[in-house]
Ligand binder design. Structure first.
Ligand code: SAH
Ligand code: SF4
Ligand code: F3S
Length: 438
C-alpha cells in the first residue's frame, strides 16, 4: 500500500482543501504517513504574501535530497500559487523533480492525474479559476471536535492588495441543500461545532435565488446535534443589520466575530478598496455590541500599505483601543504581482513596516490581556478539544473563541464542560473543572 504526506500553507480554505485531498487519496487506497516515509509528498500552496511563497520554494528545494535517495518518490504541488502562471512556470522549470502540478479547481482529477504520473509522465494540469468546483468529494477531516464546511468559493471584492480573487476566481455560493446535508451528516458523525468557510460569507447567496447568509444560518441552527456555529470571514461592507439581528436571535451562533478592519485610516481603506470608512467600521462594532453584548471581535490588520503615513498608522493604533479587539492577525504589506497596490507609488520601507508591526503587536498584546481579564472568576462553557502533552492539561474553546487550559480526564474530549476561569495568560486562560455539562 502506498502512502502520502500533505504539507499545507495558507488559510482555512486551503486546510479544508487538504482534507479533501486526504479523502481522495484514502479512497484510492493510500494511507497517511510522515514526510520521510511517504511515497507521495503533496504541497498545498498559498501566495497571499511573499513569505508564504518563499517558504514553498525553500521547502520544495529541500526535497531534492529525499528524491535522490528515493527515486520513486512522487512530488506534487497544488493550491493558490499554482494558479499564478508565471510562478507555476518558474517552479516547473526550477524543480524538474516535481512530478505533478495541479490547480485549485481540479482536485477531483487527482486520481486520474496520479495514474499518469505512476506511468512515468510529468503532468501539469490547471483549469480556469472560475470553473465549477466538484461537489461530494470524500473528505478526511483533521482530528478534532469542530468541522469546517465551505459554503462558497472565490471572491469578487478585489481589495487592491489581495491576490485571492486572481487565484480563486469569482464568488460562487454552494447550494444550501448541499451544505445542510453535509452538516447533517457531520452531526450524525458526532461533530457538534461547524465552521462555515468563505472569503466573504456575508455575501453568501448573491448568485442564488431567494437566498442569503441569514437564511443559511437559520437552516444550520435548526440541525439537531449541532451546538455551535462559527463562520469566517465577514466583510464589514456586507455585514447588514439584518444579519446582526439574525445572529442575536440564533442561540447556536458563537459569541465571536472575525471582522477584518485592515486599517484604521479612512484614506488607506479607500486606497485598499475596502468599501467602508473608519467611522462606518466603528459604528458597525457599536451596533454589534449593542445587539450581542458578550461578543468578542477579532481582526486582520495590514501595516505599511503604500502611502501609509505616521498619522494613518496612529489611526490604526487607536482603533485597537477603541474597538477592544480580543485578537488581531497582523501583517506587513507584501506587494503581489498583478494586484493594483503592487504598483502604487509611495511604497513603505521594510524598516518602517517592521517597526509599525512591532508597535501594533505590543499594543494588541495588552488589549488581548485586558479582554482575557474579563473572564476571571466566571464559569464558562468549554468544548474540550484535546490534551496538551507539554502542560498535561486539557484544552478547549469558549464560545467567544478564547482558549482555556484546565486539568481533567481524557474522556472529556469532545464534550462540553463548565470551567471556572482562575488565571489569564497573554493569549489564553487557565481554569478548573467546575462541572460536566453533558
Ligand atoms: N477573505 C478574507 C481573508 C483574506 S487573506 C478577508 O477578506 O479578510 C487573510 C488576510 O491576509 C487578509 O485579511 C489581509 O489582512 C492579509 N493580506 C492579504 N493580502 C495581503 C498582502 N498583499 N500583504 C499583506 N497582508 C495581506
Ligand atoms: Fe482578499 Fe478582500 Fe477578497 Fe478578502 S475580501 S479575499 S482580502 S479581495
Ligand atoms: Fe488562502 Fe493563501 Fe489561497 S490565504 S485562499 S491559501 S492565497
Amino acid at each position: 500500500m502506498q502512502s502520502y504526506y500533505i504539507e499545507t500553507y495558507g488559510c482555512q480554505m486551503n486546510a479544508h482543501d487538504s482534507e479533501k485531498i486526504a479523502g481522495i487519496l484514502d479512497t484510492m487506497g493510500l494511507r497517511a504517513a510522515e514526510k520521510e516515509q511517504a511515497d507521495i509528498i503533496l504541497f498545498n500552496t498559498c501566495c497571499v504574501r511573499e513569505h508564504a511563497e518563499k517558504r514553498v520554494f525553500g521547502n520544495l528545494g529541500a526535497l531534492q535530497k529525499l528524491k535522490t535517495e528515493k527515486p520513486n518518490l512522487v512530488v506534487a504541488v497544488c493550491g493558490c500559487m499554482m494558479q499564478q502562471t508565471e510562478v507555476r512556470e518558474r517552479l516547473y522549470h526550477r524543480f524538474p523533480f516535481v512530478d505533478l502540478i495541479i490547480g485549485t479547481n481540479a482536485l477531483h482529477m487527482l486520481p486520474q492525474l496520479l495514474e499518469r504520473v505512476f506511468c512515468g509522465e510529468r503532468v501539469l494540469f490547471t483549469q480556469g479559476i472560475d470553473d465549477e468546483i466538484a461537489e461530494d468529494l470524500p473528505t478526511k477531516r483533521a482530528p478534532g471536535v469542530a468541522a469546517s464546511v465551505s459554503i462558497m468559493h472565490g471572491c469578487n471584492n478585489f481589495c487592491t492588495y489581495c491576490i485571492v480573487p486572481y487565484v480563486r476566481g469569482r464568488e460562487r455560493s454552494r447550494q444550501p441543500e448541499r451544505i445542510i446535508s453535509e452538516i447533517q451528516a457531520l452531526a450524525e458523525q458526532g461533530y457538534s461545532e461547524v465552521l462555515l468557510l468563505g472569503q466573504n460569507v456575508n455575501s453568501y447567496g448573491n448568485n442564488l435565488e431567494d437566498m442569503d447568509f441569514s437564511k443559511l444560518l437559520r437552516m444550520v441552527n435548526d440541525i439537531d446535534g449541532i451546538k455551535r456555529i462559527r463562520f469566517m470571514t465577514s466583510h464589514p461592507k456586507d455585514l447588514s443589520s439584518g444579519l446582526i439581528a439574525a445572529m442575536a436571535g440564533l442561540p447556536k451562533i458563537c459569541s465571536h466575530l472575525h471582522l477584518p478592519v485592515q486599517s484604521g485610516s479612512t484614506n488607506i481603506l479607500k486606497l485598499m478598496n475596502r468599501g467602508y470608512t473608519r467611522e462606518e467600521y466603528l459604528a458597525l462594532t457599536r451596533e454589534l455590541r449593542l445587539a450581542l453584548p458578550n461578543i468578542e471581535l477579532t481582526t486582520d490588520i495590514i501595516v505599511g500599505f503604500p502611502g501609509e503615513t505616521e498619522a494613518d498608522f496612529e489611526e490604526t493604533l487607536s482603533i485597537i483601543d477603541e474597538v477592544g479587539f480580543s485578537a488581531a492577525f497582523t501583517f506587513m504589506f507584501s506587494p503581489r504581482t498583478g494586484t493594483a497596490a503592487a504598483n502604487l507609488p509611495e511604497q513603505v520601507s521594510q524598516a518602517t513596516k517592521k517597526n509599525r508591526l512591532q508597535q501594533l503587536n505590543t499594543l494588541q498584546t495588552l488589549q488581548t490581556r485586558k479582554t482575557n481579564e474579563r473572564y476571571l472568576g466566571r464559569v464558562e462553557e468549554v468544548l474540550v478539544d484535546g490534551f496538551d502533552q507539554r502542560t498535561k492539561l486539557l484544552y478547549g474553546k469558549l464560545s467567544c473563541f478564547k482558549t482555556v487550559y484546565f486539568p481533567g480526564a481524557f474522556d472529556m474530549i469532545g464534550s462540553y464542560v463548565g470551567v471556572f476561569i482562575e488565571k489569564t495568560h497573554n493569549s489564553s486562560l487557565l481554569g478548573l473543572l467546575e462541572q460536566k455539562v453533558q
